[in-house]
Design a protein around this ligand. Structure first.
Ligand SMILES: [Zn+2]
Length: 300
């Protein structure tokens, strides 16, 4: 499932090819994803210049010159695939956006792969951006740009983890009334947005906090360390996404999914990288129906 760093990378990748363009056509290949797709989406979006893309939690906002925004959530399995329209439409390509411009920014490695060579690729007249989502937990909706933060899915969201306002003090204040385990608390979107299972495990490990600690028993000092760890693991993942995807577009045109090296996630039974000399292995438990990976020595 895409987490915040993946969504950020997809947003940056789409920004690189969409800003300044408009859609000449938006093809809805079904009426709904998780929710019904907006009626007249094609008519509402067609011909309006895209001025910016932003991210709020795991929602991507595509902002148009007519003060309308398209909200996109990738759900569990949603992907954005960019090509020049020459590849076959796949079974789970549910929405296809066609732009009025090609992409002269595409990586040289991609252009070289084109059977027609560099010139043909740079003469592309449009891009096809395909939203592919086999499980259909993704969603799209339209909102007036000025009212974005009042949208029903966005208005209850907590702070962005990378914002300066997300501090140890702010987290400590939010956790005071929460008796749930700290891991579940930092995955609660009202406490802080965008931290899914993977980065919750990684941040708690980096901070040395046991995932089962009651949230209201985590001290201010520990909250400060945890906030620093959350910011660090997310920033590292975003940086890795950017560097591993030259210009954010992979050779197959897919955006934003990349292999990370995790310290604990998915490493049950393997040696802890921190305490390896003591022959300690990473443990796996279940919390809130999800696997938690942690080191029983480093995390207290
Ligand atoms: Zn350890």
């Amino acid at each position: 499932m895409p987490e915040l760093p993946e969504v950020e990378t997809v947003m940056r990748g789409l920004s690189a090819v969409l800003i300044g363009s408009s859609f000449t056509s938006v093809q809805l290949r079904r009426k709904d994803l998780r929710f019904p797709l907006p009626k007249n989406m094609d008519a509402l979006l067609r011909g309006h210049k895209i001025i910016s893309l932003t991210r709020r939690a795991k929602y991507i906002l595509i902002n148009f010159a007519n003060d309308q925004s398209l909200i996109v959530h990738l759900g569990m399995s949603g992907r954005m695939v960019i090509d020049d329209g020459s590849s076959k439409v796949q079974k789970h390509d549910h929405v296809i956006f066609i732009t009025n411009k090609g992409d002269d920014r595409r990586p040289a490695s991609l252009r070289e792969r084109s059977p027609h060579g560099i010139n043909a690729a740079s003469e592309q007249k449009s891009l096809h951006i395909k939203f592919n989502d086999p499980r259909r937990f993704g969603m799209m909706d339209m909102v007036a740009t000025a009212k974005t933060s009042n949208h029903k899915l966005l208005k209850h969201l907590g702070p962005e983890p990378l914002d300066a306002s997300f501090t140890g003090e702010a987290l400590f204040a939010k956790l005071k009334t929460k008796k749930v385990a700290i891991k579940l608390a930092i995955m609660d979107q009202r406490v802080v947005v965008g931290i899914g299972n993977i980065y919750a495990c990684e941040a708690l490990y980096a901070a040395g906090t046991h995932p089962q600690r009651p949230a209201n028993k985590v001290t201010l000092k520990e909250c400060t360390a945890l906030v620093a760890a959350i910011k660090a693991v997310l920033k590292r993942a975003i940086a890795k996404g950017g560097s591993s995807l030259r210009d954010y577009v992979q050779a197959d045109g897919e955006l934003g999914y990349f292999q990370h090296e995790f310290a604990v996630y998915g490493r049950a039974g393997e040696k802890c990288k921190h305490c390896s000399h003591k022959n300690i292995t990473i443990q796996r438990i279940t919390q809130g129906g999800r696997s938690t990976f942690f080191c029983p020595i480093k995390q207290k």
